[in-house]
Design a protein. Sequence first.
Length: 287
Amino acid sequence: MIGLWLGMIWLSGCAQVLEMPVGIPDETSQEAVVKGAVGEYEITAYDRETQGAETVEIDLDSLEAGAKEGYGYDGRQLTINAEGTYAIKGKMNHGNIVIHVYEDEMVHLILDGVEITSVQGPAIYVEKAAKVVITAREGTENVLSDGVTNGKEQKACVFSNCDLTLNGRGRLSVFGYHADAVRSKDQLKIVEANFYAKAKENGIRGNDGVILIDSDTEVDCEGTGIFASSDKDMVVVEGGSLKVIAGKNAVFASQCVSITEAQTDLYSVLETVQCEGVREFDEEMIK
């Protein structure tokens, strides 16, 4: 095990931070914009939103088949089909949640003591949306898991075709028994969260980048702990804590890896941090 406390490093090569006023919690209200040398990301008020003014309440323990306002249920699959905020509680065995809204719409899921076990495919699958935020409500335990055999091309317990943010000070544990734990085809952000991932392959994967902000994150996997892979990928860890036990690399990104003010404990069979591009952290402290 390698424990370290990384001091503050200004992201000169990988990022430049521009502070901007915080407004209403929507995607156009930018709290901070970070432009990287090989791409960019932004942290908005919506990425930090954990409540929601108008919320649709869903109890998985008492769901009845049929169409409701904003969602439908067929006895196994809960489909969110309208933009908005949905607070979900209860257990779902051998079922899953699918989000399918218009490409310019956003969905906020608030997990309020949820346990979902999916046998076929992801426990939560974002099929289409502009962006999805998943919040673990403070004071709750939330567990998502998939099966060893999947049968679907979405090879993760939580799989998103769009930008995905995880937040909230409740506990969210994701078990990817088939492949990855959490995966986004775009950017994946974990913001002020308490998150645990266990995976057969990669723990946390965002093709266009993985951004961890002030989060307590723990990963145990046979593949790579935090994985990003595209022509504009990056892994950014800012504040909080990160613990990784990985069968391959603890962190992988081809373009940029930046770690600042984070307490880390990284263990891997192969190179701890693999990145041929910009590396912004204390190299001596991760050997």
